[in-house]
Design a protein around this ligand. Structure first.
Ligand SMILES: CSC[C@H]1O[C@H](OP(=O)(O)O)[C@H](O)[C@@H]1O
Length: 389
Protein backbone atom coordinates (compact mmCIF):
# COMPACT_ATOMS: atom_id res chain seq x y z
CA UNK A 1 0.00 0.00 0.00
CA UNK A 2 1.53 3.31 -1.08
CA UNK A 3 0.25 6.81 -0.45
CA UNK A 4 1.47 10.32 -1.00
CA UNK A 5 2.09 12.06 2.29
CA UNK A 6 0.14 15.29 2.58
CA UNK A 7 -0.26 17.54 5.66
CA UNK A 8 -0.57 15.83 9.02
CA UNK A 9 -3.15 15.96 11.75
CA UNK A 10 -1.64 15.33 15.16
CA UNK A 11 -4.46 12.90 15.98
CA UNK A 12 -3.23 10.57 13.24
CA UNK A 13 0.45 11.17 14.02
CA UNK A 14 1.06 7.84 15.74
CA UNK A 15 -0.53 5.93 12.88
CA UNK A 16 1.73 7.61 10.33
CA UNK A 17 4.80 6.91 12.44
CA UNK A 18 4.36 3.16 12.93
CA UNK A 19 7.63 1.76 11.57
CA UNK A 20 6.66 -1.85 12.31
CA UNK A 21 3.22 -3.44 11.88
CA UNK A 22 2.77 -6.90 13.41
CA UNK A 23 -0.53 -8.77 13.30
CA UNK A 24 0.48 -12.35 14.02
CA UNK A 25 1.74 -13.88 11.80
CA UNK A 26 1.92 -10.96 9.39
CA UNK A 27 4.76 -8.39 9.44
CA UNK A 28 4.98 -5.23 7.40
CA UNK A 29 7.45 -2.35 7.65
CA UNK A 30 7.33 1.28 6.61
CA UNK A 31 9.82 1.67 3.73
CA UNK A 32 11.95 4.50 5.13
CA UNK A 33 13.90 4.87 1.88
CA UNK A 34 10.79 6.54 0.43
CA UNK A 35 9.91 8.84 3.37
CA UNK A 36 8.97 11.62 3.73
CA UNK A 37 7.29 11.85 0.34
CA UNK A 38 5.77 8.39 0.07
CA UNK A 39 4.39 6.30 2.93
CA UNK A 40 4.52 2.68 1.78
CA UNK A 41 4.45 -0.53 3.79
CA UNK A 42 6.29 -3.65 2.63
CA UNK A 43 5.16 -7.15 3.66
CA UNK A 44 8.03 -9.14 5.19
CA UNK A 45 7.37 -12.88 5.03
CA UNK A 46 10.80 -14.37 5.68
CA UNK A 47 14.15 -13.90 7.40
CA UNK A 48 15.69 -13.36 3.96
CA UNK A 49 13.31 -10.44 3.35
CA UNK A 50 14.00 -9.20 6.86
CA UNK A 51 17.75 -9.30 6.24
CA UNK A 52 17.34 -7.28 3.02
CA UNK A 53 15.07 -4.74 4.70
CA UNK A 54 17.71 -4.12 7.37
CA UNK A 55 20.81 -4.19 5.13
CA UNK A 56 19.21 -1.86 2.55
CA UNK A 57 17.96 0.46 5.35
CA UNK A 58 14.34 0.18 4.30
CA UNK A 59 14.06 -0.16 8.06
CA UNK A 60 16.74 1.22 10.42
CA UNK A 61 17.42 2.31 13.94
CA UNK A 62 19.08 0.07 16.52
CA UNK A 63 15.90 -1.11 18.30
CA UNK A 64 13.85 -1.44 15.11
CA UNK A 65 16.58 -3.52 13.45
CA UNK A 66 16.46 -6.11 16.25
CA UNK A 67 12.67 -6.25 16.29
CA UNK A 68 12.27 -6.54 12.51
CA UNK A 69 14.89 -9.27 12.43
CA UNK A 70 13.12 -11.28 15.14
CA UNK A 71 9.63 -10.79 13.72
CA UNK A 72 10.67 -11.53 10.13
CA UNK A 73 11.68 -14.99 11.32
CA UNK A 74 8.50 -15.25 13.41
CA UNK A 75 6.49 -14.60 10.25
CA UNK A 76 8.47 -17.25 8.38
CA UNK A 77 8.31 -20.06 10.95
CA UNK A 78 4.63 -19.42 11.59
CA UNK A 79 4.01 -20.64 8.03
CA UNK A 80 6.26 -23.72 8.27
CA UNK A 81 5.70 -27.23 9.65
CA UNK A 82 8.62 -28.91 11.41
CA UNK A 83 8.60 -32.65 11.96
CA UNK A 84 10.53 -32.43 15.24
CA UNK A 85 11.50 -29.91 17.91
CA UNK A 86 15.15 -30.37 16.92
CA UNK A 87 14.39 -29.52 13.29
CA UNK A 88 12.61 -26.33 14.40
CA UNK A 89 15.51 -25.44 16.71
CA UNK A 90 18.11 -25.91 13.99
CA UNK A 91 16.17 -23.86 11.44
CA UNK A 92 15.55 -20.98 13.84
CA UNK A 93 19.11 -20.82 15.15
CA UNK A 94 20.59 -20.92 11.64
CA UNK A 95 18.27 -18.14 10.45
CA UNK A 96 19.08 -15.99 13.49
CA UNK A 97 22.79 -16.33 12.72
CA UNK A 98 22.02 -15.19 9.17
CA UNK A 99 19.99 -12.18 10.37
CA UNK A 100 22.95 -11.18 12.56
CA UNK A 101 24.98 -10.54 9.38
CA UNK A 102 22.64 -7.76 8.17
CA UNK A 103 24.40 -4.82 9.90
CA UNK A 104 27.38 -4.95 12.33
CA UNK A 105 27.23 -1.98 14.73
CA UNK A 106 23.91 -1.86 16.61
CA UNK A 107 24.20 -4.27 19.55
CA UNK A 108 20.43 -4.64 19.91
CA UNK A 109 20.39 -7.12 17.00
CA UNK A 110 23.11 -9.30 18.52
CA UNK A 111 21.56 -9.16 21.99
CA UNK A 112 18.24 -10.36 20.53
CA UNK A 113 19.87 -13.13 18.47
CA UNK A 114 21.79 -14.42 21.49
CA UNK A 115 18.76 -14.44 23.78
CA UNK A 116 16.39 -15.96 21.20
CA UNK A 117 18.86 -18.73 20.29
CA UNK A 118 19.35 -19.57 23.97
CA UNK A 119 15.57 -19.70 24.49
CA UNK A 120 14.97 -21.98 21.51
CA UNK A 121 17.80 -24.38 22.40
CA UNK A 122 16.47 -24.70 25.95
CA UNK A 123 12.88 -25.19 24.74
CA UNK A 124 13.92 -27.85 22.24
CA UNK A 125 15.28 -29.96 25.12
CA UNK A 126 11.79 -30.37 26.60
CA UNK A 127 9.40 -29.68 23.71
CA UNK A 128 7.66 -32.66 22.12
CA UNK A 129 6.88 -30.96 18.79
CA UNK A 130 8.26 -28.38 16.41
CA UNK A 131 5.12 -26.31 16.90
CA UNK A 132 5.95 -25.90 20.60
CA UNK A 133 9.40 -24.51 19.72
CA UNK A 134 7.88 -22.17 17.13
CA UNK A 135 5.27 -20.95 19.62
CA UNK A 136 7.87 -20.09 22.26
CA UNK A 137 9.96 -18.26 19.65
CA UNK A 138 7.07 -16.20 18.28
CA UNK A 139 5.93 -15.25 21.79
CA UNK A 140 9.46 -14.04 22.64
CA UNK A 141 9.74 -12.00 19.44
CA UNK A 142 6.41 -10.34 20.19
CA UNK A 143 7.54 -9.45 23.71
CA UNK A 144 10.44 -7.46 22.17
CA UNK A 145 7.95 -5.24 20.35
CA UNK A 146 5.95 -4.39 23.48
CA UNK A 147 9.00 -4.05 25.74
CA UNK A 148 10.67 -1.57 23.40
CA UNK A 149 7.78 0.89 23.63
CA UNK A 150 7.71 0.54 27.43
CA UNK A 151 11.47 1.11 27.60
CA UNK A 152 11.26 4.16 25.34
CA UNK A 153 8.54 5.76 27.45
CA UNK A 154 10.70 5.20 30.55
CA UNK A 155 13.73 6.67 28.76
CA UNK A 156 11.55 9.64 27.77
CA UNK A 157 10.38 10.20 31.32
CA UNK A 158 13.84 9.75 32.89
CA UNK A 159 15.43 12.04 30.32
CA UNK A 160 12.78 14.75 30.59
CA UNK A 161 13.12 14.83 34.38
CA UNK A 162 16.92 15.02 34.08
CA UNK A 163 16.76 17.92 31.64
CA UNK A 164 14.23 19.78 33.78
CA UNK A 165 16.51 19.32 36.79
CA UNK A 166 19.56 20.55 34.89
CA UNK A 167 17.63 23.54 33.51
CA UNK A 168 16.64 24.41 37.07
CA UNK A 169 20.28 24.26 38.16
CA UNK A 170 21.18 26.50 35.22
CA UNK A 171 18.40 28.91 36.19
CA UNK A 172 16.75 28.82 32.76
CA UNK A 173 12.97 28.67 32.36
CA UNK A 174 12.69 27.86 28.65
CA UNK A 175 15.17 25.79 26.68
CA UNK A 176 16.05 24.60 23.19
CA UNK A 177 17.76 21.33 22.34
CA UNK A 178 19.46 19.82 19.31
CA UNK A 179 19.30 16.24 18.14
CA UNK A 180 21.00 14.17 15.43
CA UNK A 181 19.86 11.46 13.06
CA UNK A 182 16.51 9.81 13.75
CA UNK A 183 15.89 8.20 17.10
CA UNK A 184 12.11 8.40 17.26
CA UNK A 185 9.16 6.17 16.49
CA UNK A 186 10.70 5.41 13.07
CA UNK A 187 13.83 3.95 14.70
CA UNK A 188 12.01 1.88 17.29
CA UNK A 189 8.70 0.18 18.05
CA UNK A 190 7.34 3.55 19.13
CA UNK A 191 8.00 6.84 20.97
CA UNK A 192 11.78 6.69 20.47
CA UNK A 193 14.90 7.15 22.54
CA UNK A 194 16.55 10.58 22.17
CA UNK A 195 13.54 11.83 20.23
CA UNK A 196 11.45 10.05 22.85
CA UNK A 197 12.96 12.32 25.50
CA UNK A 198 12.11 15.32 23.31
CA UNK A 199 8.52 14.03 22.86
CA UNK A 200 8.12 13.42 26.61
CA UNK A 201 9.59 16.82 27.50
CA UNK A 202 7.37 18.64 25.00
CA UNK A 203 4.22 16.77 26.05
CA UNK A 204 4.63 17.70 29.75
CA UNK A 205 2.20 20.32 30.97
CA UNK A 206 4.02 23.64 31.24
CA UNK A 207 6.85 22.24 29.16
CA UNK A 208 10.15 24.10 29.29
CA UNK A 209 10.97 22.96 25.75
CA UNK A 210 10.66 25.89 23.35
CA UNK A 211 12.31 24.59 20.18
CA UNK A 212 14.16 21.65 18.66
CA UNK A 213 17.03 21.94 16.20
CA UNK A 214 17.98 18.85 14.25
CA UNK A 215 20.73 18.06 11.78
CA UNK A 216 20.13 16.76 8.28
CA UNK A 217 22.44 13.78 9.03
CA UNK A 218 24.18 13.22 5.75
CA UNK A 219 24.38 11.03 3.75
CA UNK A 220 21.18 9.01 4.42
CA UNK A 221 19.44 12.16 5.74
CA UNK A 222 17.72 10.51 8.71
CA UNK A 223 17.30 14.03 10.16
CA UNK A 224 16.12 15.95 7.11
CA UNK A 225 13.78 13.16 6.00
CA UNK A 226 12.72 11.19 9.08
CA UNK A 227 13.10 13.43 12.15
CA UNK A 228 11.56 16.30 10.19
CA UNK A 229 8.65 13.97 9.34
CA UNK A 230 8.17 12.96 12.98
CA UNK A 231 8.42 16.50 14.42
CA UNK A 232 5.99 17.78 11.79
CA UNK A 233 3.56 14.95 12.59
CA UNK A 234 3.74 15.87 16.27
CA UNK A 235 3.61 19.63 15.60
CA UNK A 236 6.74 20.22 17.69
CA UNK A 237 8.44 23.55 16.81
CA UNK A 238 11.67 22.65 15.05
CA UNK A 239 14.34 23.86 12.66
CA UNK A 240 16.48 21.78 10.32
CA UNK A 241 20.17 22.71 10.11
CA UNK A 242 23.11 21.49 8.08
CA UNK A 243 25.32 19.08 10.02
CA UNK A 244 28.22 21.51 9.45
CA UNK A 245 26.44 24.49 11.05
CA UNK A 246 26.05 23.17 14.60
CA UNK A 247 29.12 24.80 16.17
CA UNK A 248 28.11 28.17 14.76
CA UNK A 249 24.49 27.62 15.90
CA UNK A 250 25.64 26.85 19.48
CA UNK A 251 27.76 30.01 19.46
CA UNK A 252 24.78 32.04 18.20
CA UNK A 253 22.08 30.54 20.45
CA UNK A 254 22.97 30.09 24.14
CA UNK A 255 19.44 28.81 24.85
CA UNK A 256 20.36 25.46 23.28
CA UNK A 257 21.23 23.81 26.57
CA UNK A 258 21.60 20.21 25.42
CA UNK A 259 22.42 17.97 22.50
CA UNK A 260 20.51 14.69 22.79
CA UNK A 261 21.49 11.67 20.69
CA UNK A 262 20.80 7.95 20.48
CA UNK A 263 23.22 5.05 20.55
CA UNK A 264 23.89 1.92 18.59
CA UNK A 265 26.35 0.42 21.03
CA UNK A 266 27.70 1.73 24.35
CA UNK A 267 30.93 0.25 25.71
CA UNK A 268 31.33 -0.68 29.39
CA UNK A 269 33.07 2.63 30.09
CA UNK A 270 30.40 4.76 28.37
CA UNK A 271 32.16 5.29 25.01
CA UNK A 272 29.25 5.48 22.55
CA UNK A 273 28.89 4.44 18.92
CA UNK A 274 26.22 6.44 17.15
CA UNK A 275 25.44 7.93 13.75
CA UNK A 276 28.38 9.53 11.99
CA UNK A 277 28.66 13.16 13.05
CA UNK A 278 27.83 12.47 16.70
CA UNK A 279 31.48 12.74 17.82
CA UNK A 280 31.77 16.21 16.26
CA UNK A 281 28.59 17.29 18.06
CA UNK A 282 30.05 16.15 21.37
CA UNK A 283 33.21 18.17 20.75
CA UNK A 284 31.09 21.24 19.89
CA UNK A 285 28.97 20.74 23.03
CA UNK A 286 32.10 20.49 25.19
CA UNK A 287 33.64 23.63 23.69
CA UNK A 288 30.38 25.59 24.14
CA UNK A 289 29.64 24.25 27.62
CA UNK A 290 26.38 22.45 26.73
CA UNK A 291 25.05 19.09 27.96
CA UNK A 292 25.67 16.11 25.72
CA UNK A 293 23.12 13.41 26.51
CA UNK A 294 23.02 9.83 25.19
CA UNK A 295 19.64 8.06 25.28
CA UNK A 296 19.44 4.29 24.87
CA UNK A 297 17.80 1.18 26.34
CA UNK A 298 20.02 -0.78 28.72
CA UNK A 299 20.45 -3.54 26.12
CA UNK A 300 22.47 -1.03 24.07
CA UNK A 301 25.24 -1.25 26.68
CA UNK A 302 27.64 -3.99 25.63
CA UNK A 303 29.38 -5.05 28.84
CA UNK A 304 31.58 -7.33 26.77
CA UNK A 305 33.32 -4.32 25.24
CA UNK A 306 35.68 -2.32 27.47
CA UNK A 307 35.97 0.81 25.33
CA UNK A 308 34.84 2.29 22.04
CA UNK A 309 38.06 1.10 20.39
CA UNK A 310 36.50 -2.37 20.20
CA UNK A 311 33.23 -1.33 18.51
CA UNK A 312 32.89 -2.44 14.87
CA UNK A 313 31.96 0.54 12.69
CA UNK A 314 29.87 -0.19 9.60
CA UNK A 315 31.12 1.30 6.34
CA UNK A 316 28.55 1.72 3.60
CA UNK A 317 28.72 2.28 -0.17
CA UNK A 318 30.39 5.34 -1.65
CA UNK A 319 27.30 6.16 -3.72
CA UNK A 320 25.44 7.14 -0.55
CA UNK A 321 27.75 10.20 -0.55
CA UNK A 322 28.47 10.77 -4.24
CA UNK A 323 24.83 10.56 -5.30
CA UNK A 324 22.43 13.48 -4.66
CA UNK A 325 20.40 11.17 -2.41
CA UNK A 326 22.61 8.21 -1.89
CA UNK A 327 19.84 5.85 -0.92
CA UNK A 328 18.38 5.98 -4.44
CA UNK A 329 21.40 3.97 -5.53
CA UNK A 330 19.16 0.92 -5.91
CA UNK A 331 17.00 2.79 -8.42
CA UNK A 332 20.06 3.63 -10.54
CA UNK A 333 21.08 -0.04 -10.50
CA UNK A 334 17.58 -0.94 -11.65
CA UNK A 335 17.88 1.53 -14.54
CA UNK A 336 15.01 3.53 -13.10
CA UNK A 337 17.08 6.70 -12.81
CA UNK A 338 20.01 7.87 -14.92
CA UNK A 339 23.15 7.85 -12.76
CA UNK A 340 24.42 11.17 -14.16
CA UNK A 341 21.25 13.03 -13.18
CA UNK A 342 21.83 12.16 -9.54
CA UNK A 343 25.57 12.60 -9.11
CA UNK A 344 26.79 15.37 -6.84
CA UNK A 345 30.44 14.39 -7.25
CA UNK A 346 32.05 13.60 -10.60
CA UNK A 347 31.67 9.96 -11.63
CA UNK A 348 34.59 7.98 -10.23
CA UNK A 349 35.02 10.15 -7.14
CA UNK A 350 36.19 8.07 -4.16
CA UNK A 351 34.27 8.51 -0.90
CA UNK A 352 34.74 7.23 2.69
CA UNK A 353 31.39 6.45 4.25
CA UNK A 354 31.49 5.23 7.88
CA UNK A 355 27.89 4.98 9.08
CA UNK A 356 28.84 5.58 12.74
CA UNK A 357 31.53 7.11 14.90
CA UNK A 358 32.52 6.72 18.57
CA UNK A 359 32.13 9.47 21.16
CA UNK A 360 34.45 9.04 24.16
CA UNK A 361 32.73 8.85 27.56
CA UNK A 362 34.72 11.93 28.59
CA UNK A 363 32.50 14.05 26.30
CA UNK A 364 29.20 12.51 27.47
CA UNK A 365 27.30 14.34 30.25
CA UNK A 366 24.75 11.60 30.95
CA UNK A 367 23.50 8.26 29.65
CA UNK A 368 19.70 7.99 29.97
CA UNK A 369 18.25 4.48 30.06
CA UNK A 370 14.86 3.03 30.95
CA UNK A 371 16.27 2.09 34.36
CA UNK A 372 18.12 5.23 35.39
CA UNK A 373 20.18 8.25 34.36
CA UNK A 374 23.92 7.60 34.66
CA UNK A 375 26.51 10.35 35.19
CA UNK A 376 30.25 10.03 35.76
CA UNK A 377 31.58 10.16 39.30
CA UNK A 378 33.34 13.46 40.12
CA UNK A 379 36.79 13.58 38.57
CA UNK A 380 36.17 10.50 36.44
CA UNK A 381 36.30 10.45 32.63
CA UNK A 382 34.40 7.16 32.30
CA UNK A 383 31.07 5.78 33.47
CA UNK A 384 30.46 2.93 35.87
CA UNK A 385 27.58 1.09 34.17
CA UNK A 386 27.92 -2.18 36.07
CA UNK A 387 24.69 -1.46 37.90
CA UNK A 388 22.80 -1.41 34.63
CA UNK A 389 22.80 -5.13 33.91
C1 LIG B 1 17.21 4.69 18.49
S1 LIG B 1 18.02 4.45 16.97
C2 LIG B 1 19.70 4.41 17.39
C3 LIG B 1 20.61 4.82 16.25
O1 LIG B 1 20.36 4.12 14.98
C4 LIG B 1 20.60 5.05 13.91
O2 LIG B 1 21.42 4.52 12.89
P1 LIG B 1 20.77 4.00 11.48
O3 LIG B 1 19.75 5.02 11.05
O4 LIG B 1 21.96 3.89 10.54
O5 LIG B 1 20.18 2.65 11.81
C5 LIG B 1 21.31 6.19 14.57
O6 LIG B 1 22.67 5.89 14.81
C6 LIG B 1 20.53 6.26 15.87
O7 LIG B 1 21.08 7.10 16.81
Amino acid sequence: MSQKVSSFSSSSASAKLLAIRWNRPHLSILNQLLLPHVSEYIDIRSSTAGHHAIASMQTRGAPAIAIVAALSLAAEVSQKRFSTAIEARDFITERLDYLATSRPTAVNLFDAVTKLKRLVVEEARVAETGDQVVAIYVDAAEVMLAKDVQDNRAIGSNGAEYIERMAGELGVGRIKVLTHCNTGALATAGHGTALGIIRSLYQKSGSILEHVYFGETRPYNQGARLTAYELQCEEIPATLVCDSSVSFLLKRDPSIVAIIVGADRVARNGDTANKIGTYQLAIAAKYHGRLFIVAAPSISVDMGIGSGEDIVIEERGQEEITMASGFVGDKVAQGVLERETLCVAPLGTRAWNPSFDVTPAELVSAIVTEKDVFVKAPGKNVFDLAGLK
